[in-house]
Design a protein around this ligand. Structure first.
Ligand SMILES: [Zn+2]
Length: 432
């Protein structure tokens, strides 16, 4: 029997062999029968798009650089190609024998038809079982029984594992299988095997039926935890800001929480809310008369006219009030915010221009003598007993861990339903 075989050299192989010629030719081989390996060799040589000869032939033999090293493609006569195939077949036969000698566990894995076999040639590439069977029918046939047995064993092992997974899951208490997924909804932890088993289905139905009871228990526990938390600690826990109402007002945070143990605290909280809101209301009512008095006593004629016409911006009026209140401190330097430029850096700082700086400020209970003196001096000059005067320590902290501090004296006066505050500078001796 005669086989037509296309023999070719592709560009990459020619370059590897240091030759400048690539191309193809067709040879007729007189081979009585090609074995599996040879057939596969001829059928599977991959055509590359850039080297494929212009032909419909689907079998071919690519000559490699080793062969080309000594010859040119014109020397690929039928006899030479037949010898190449025989030689290759002999090498394949060795690989074939080695493959047969390997334990099945090393070359087979997977489930049923989805399993694969390691190819007997070349690299350890894996082929799906059906693919392997069609490419290497003789080789496959020799181990067919063994493979079938391995598949059957594996399926049996899987069935046993599945059964044990289901049994373990069925044995778990509902507490382990139901969990609260948030907002009163509950989820079931299902077995990894899925829901197809009838025992799993019926257990899932039982668990679904338990959800209302679990949810009721969860709500009761949540209620109890909240009551316990609210019964102790700061009464403010029962009070929140009333964002819907006038600015600064409060409201009861849990008006519908009905528990006799909380009755006293709720009443106390309600009293605080009422007091606080009455004060907010009182201040609000005080404001128009106060603004009228400030403008009448200290405003310009223009401001007085605009106030009468309802055309005076509130901000302008309160700015005037602030000026009047702090007039005694005119000329005292005001506190200036710490900035990046003020922050000092460590000698080891990598890049002061890029070093992160964080800022913080706190009312200080302890302070240096000069800050104390500045507080007393400002208090005396202002001459108001109702002013709140605090020392504030401002700190800039760099990523290289150096703190730069600056002191300020904050003065607050509550008047006419408004809070007026200014912060004055306080020079402290520079330490070096
Ligand atoms: Zn730094």
């Amino acid at each position: 029997m005669s086989h037509r075989v296309i023999v070719w050299v592709d560009r990459a192989e020619a370059i590897r062999a240091g030759k400048n010629a690539w191309g193809h030719q067709t040879v007729e081989l007189n081979v009585t029968a090609l074995d599996d390996v040879q057939r596969a060799e001829l059928a599977l040589v991959p055509w590359r798009r850039d080297t494929r000869p212009n032909t419909e032939e689907l079998t071919g033999y690519r000559l490699d650089a080793d062969w080309l090293g000594h010859r040119s493609i014109s020397e690929a006569t039928p006899a030479v190609v037949a010898e190449l195939l025989t030689d290759r077949a002999a090498r394949r036969e060795q690989a074939y024998a080695a493959w047969m000698a390997r334990p099945l566990a090393e070359i087979w894995d997977g489930d049923g038809e989805d399993s694969y076999l390691v190819s007997p040639t070349g690299s350890a590439s894996r082929l799906r079982l059906d693919q392997f069977r069609s490419e290497w029918p003789a080789l496959f046939a020799r181990r067919h029984a063994e493979i079938e047995q391995a598949i059957a064993d594996k399926l049996a092992r899987q069935a046993a594992e599945r059964e044990s997974t289901i049994c373990e899951w069925l044995a778990k208490p509902a507490d382990d299988l139901l969990y609260h997924a948030g907002c009163g909804t509950w989820e079931v932890r299902r077995p990894a095997t899925g829901n197809s088993d009838p025992r799993v289905k019926s257990r899932l139905a039982e668990l679904q039926a338990l959800i209302p009871e679990f949810e009721a228990r969860r709500q009761a526990a949540e209620h109890e935890e909240l009551v316990q938390r609210l019964m102790t600690g700061d009464i403010q826990r029962l009070i929140g800001s009333d964002y819907g109402e006038r600015e600064g007002k409060w409201k009861l945070w849990y008006p519908n929480l009905d528990d006799p143990r909380l009755a006293d605290r709720q009443a106390e909280a309600a009293r605080l809310v009422a007091e606080h809101n009455a004060e907010i209301e009182r201040r609000a009512q005080e404001r128009p008369a106060y603004i009228a008095r400030i403008i009448a006593e200290h405003g310009t004629r223009n401001q007085q006219e605009r106030l009468a016409a309802g055309a005076l911006p509130l901000g302008e009026a309160t700015a005037l009030a602030e000026q009047v209140i702090f007039a005694a401190l005119d000329g005292e330097p005001r506190y200036e915010k710490l900035t990046r430029a003020d922050a000092e850096h460590s000698d080891e700082c990598d890049d002061p221009d890029d070093c992160h700086v964080g800022y913080d400020a706190d009312v200080a209970t302890e302070m240096p003598g000069c800050v104390w003196d500045a507080m007393q001096s400002l208090r005396q000059k202002l001459g108001r007993d109702d002013a709140t005067i605090e020392a504030r320590r401002h700190v800039a902290t760099t990523a290289c861990e150096v703190e730069t501090e600056r002191w300020g004296i904050r003065i607050q006066v509550d008047e006419g339903g408004y809070e007026f505050a200014r912060e004055y500078a306080c020079d402290t001796p520079q330490e070096d």
